[in-house]
Design a protein around this ligand. Structure first.
Ligand SMILES: [Fe+2]
Length: 372
């Protein structure tokens, strides 16, 4: 273990703050605490010594200290400092182009290139360094990590950031590791239908154009693909739904960072039995539904709406972490999804009004009255 003694800043009982909160406050960059981020492309960043480039934490209320997100930029022509850490981290490239070098063994480094829309995850505790490939434009990425879970459990920054253990089961150093090749698989899930659509890979070149597969369990012509990255316990997926449609309301655990990749619309989010909150979104917006809150996504624009959800846990390959939900099963059957015919009538009315404002009509008629 390296001897760079990193300490969590506060001592004693720390004014009721968690170990993770104390660590975040000691990083010296903006901490934006919010329910909804209107545009991750324009969040203001400040110099971040740990990374060697400007950053900001986006402390989304719905993440509930299970996972977190931050934004970081690599200045033109520069690189960030090499990092390793004992928490999972999924990186989505918001803008720019560049490369990442990953290694456990200093003599066997491997490098892959990325661009706006790329998605990857440096395997747990590997050394990794990000380089900007442009001499004139910054490269900005958003990362979702399990830092809160790990720091709160272990509360020892030396162990988290200066740990020599190499997870060879997660990163074997093979040449093809970040080639973007993958495997599609699926199956049954606890006796309920689990639409496969899971793509195991370690690099996605562009989530904005990645080919999606039919996924009708969430309704209305939706398509998706789930990713299993870098042998992570966390998971992520892309979802897209057509013009004039909306998805079924559902609920699950905290920390699903929903990043809008294209289109416009809104999400309804509410805890059981309480008033519905509405958040209008467009490309670059991000929202995180809190633990067990119902949420529902609506496309009111002239193009398909697509989002990337960087989630806490949820891997189909490495199960066990986090509470289980039945997010694709009708709530009447004990599940966590509201069928269209069971939703509050105001939901349909709001949708049709929002479409009318854009000169569009609902294409939902064929999805209603299924239970009657
Ligand atoms: Fe969801």
């Amino acid at each position: 273990m390296a001897k760079n003694a990193e300490k969590i800043a506060a001592t004693g009982t720390g004014g009721g703050k968690s170990s993770y909160e104390k660590w975040v406050e000691g990083e010296g960059i903006p901490i934006i605490k919010t329910f909804f981020a209107e545009d991750i492309r324009t969040v203001k960043l400040e110099p971040w010594d740990r990374k060697g480039g400007p950053g900001a934490f986006l402390q989304m209320e719905g993440a509930g200290q299970v996972n977190n997100s931050y934004i970081c930029e690599i200045p033109p022509g520069k690189s960030l400092k090499p990092q390793r850490q004992l928490f999972e981290e999924s990186i989505y490239v918001v803008s720019g182009q560049g490369a990442t070098t990953v290694w456990n063994d200093e003599n066997r480094k491997q490098t892959f290139e990325w661009q706006t829309g790329s998605l990857f995850s440096p395997p747990l505790n590997t050394w990794h360094q990000l380089f900007n490939g442009s001499g004139s434009e910054p490269a900005r990425y958003l990362a979702v990590t399990t830092a809160p879970t790990m720091i709160n459990l272990l509360h020892n920054l030396d162990f988290i950031f200066h740990n020599d253990f190499a997870f060879k089961d997660r990163f074997d150093g093979r040449d093809e590791y970040f080639s973007g090749k993958g495997t599609l698989y699926g199956g049954e899930y606890d006796g309920f239908r689990f639409a496969g659509n899971a793509w195991e890979t370690n690099f996605v070149p562009d989530v904005r154009s990645f080919k999606l597969l039919e996924y009708d369990v969430r309704g209305a012509g939706g398509r998706n693909i789930k990713f299993e990255l870098s042998e992570n316990t966390t998971a992520c997926h892309i979802s897209e739904f057509p013009v004039g449609t909306y998805k079924k309301a559902h609920r699950h655990g905290p920390g699903a960072h929903v990043i809008i990749l294209g289109g416009e619309g809104y999400s309804l989010i509410w805890p059981e039995g309480e008033p519905i909150k509405k958040y209008a979104w467009h490309e670059g917006s991000m929202v995180v539904p809190p633990d067990s809150w119902w949420h529902q996504h609506f496309n009111t624009g002239k193009n398909p709406a697509r989002y990337l959800a960087l989630r806490s846990f949820g891997s189909k390959k490495y199960r066990g972490a986090g509470k289980k939900y039945k997010g694709t099963v009708d709530r009447k059957l004990g599940g966590d999804q509201i069928e269209y015919d069971d939703e509050d009538p105001i939901v349909r009315k709001w949708f049709e009004e929002a479409l009318a404002k854009n000169g569009l009509e609902s294409r939902m008629a064929s999805f209603y009255n299924k239970n009657k």
